[in-house]
Design a protein around this ligand. Sequence first.
Ligand code: UDP
Ligand code: MG
Length: 321
Amino acid sequence: MQAISPQQRGNIPSLTIVVPCYNEEEVFSFCLSELKSLLENSIQAKKISAQSHILFVDDGSRDGTWSLIEQAAQADNLVHGVKLSRNRGHQIALMAGLSCVDTDICVSIDADLQDDIGCIPQMVEKYMEGNEIVYGVRADRSSDSFFKRWTANSFYKLMETMGIQQVANHADFRLLSRRALHSLLQFEEQNIYLRGMVPLLGYKTAQVFYARKERLAGESKYPFYKMLSLAIEGITSLTIKPLRFISILGAVTCFFSIIISILVIIQRFNGYVFPGWASVEISIFFLGGVQLLCLGVIGEYIGKIYMETKHRPKFFIQEKI
Ligand code: UDP
Ligand code: MG
């Protein structure tokens, strides 16, 4: 029996747009007015129901973001807000917002609207056709710096080599059905990398394509070290292949050292002694470096186990409006 799509059922879905915000007062009013007019038009066109709203998640901002959210929520029923007790980072802020969603579908999007909100009606259409997850995919990233594009491409290639299923050029702009969202919320891990977790859900998926725009104002909240830490989080939360790579590296190193030892012994019998200070020093430093690197990788996983075993709450909601 084929599943009946929401379209066939004739339901008008309710939608929550979840927007994590960290020190976003510069872009907030633009973001608010754009999202509001999108929602109002879609409600009027009966594409989404009147219960739909925007949910801003203030991720412990130090500027006036929360008071802007409060004002907007007081002025308009379409706007809801959640304030986290402190800054927990984009992924956890997003999870916090998603945990408050009680509508049929939700779309997550960044506050700077670099992702094209014009795609949201298309995402809803794809949902109506029976898809439970709709990924926003950047078909054009020319607005990103060369460095960002290069690091992102290398990262996708690395993930692919490690066999990790991930939608390339998709960040956190996506639609989830109620069922997909409930499944996602069952992941209890601390080490959150949504881009890698969502494909693990299964369900029917679709993609919509758009050109990524420049950040409207303010600075990126993802400097290089945060991007790197997200990448490490992504790898360690989805695969243990780096640990296997270390074992293979160890085996290969042992193999070569045995071959070299045999060669040295044979040459010794032929009366030749390798002059040695430099080669000994180089191999000591090289192998020392490799060992430290491997210990670092192992340590990264042990650290993750340590954090996971504590079962600490990921976030605290200080206020809801
Ligand atoms: N963000 C957040 N907490 C943080 C850092 C960022 O909630 O600790 C939000 C930020 O307000 C934005 C989104 O995450 O809505 C993505 O950040 P940004 O646009 O700065 O990242 P980029 O597009 O440069 O990768
Ligand atoms: Mg951005």
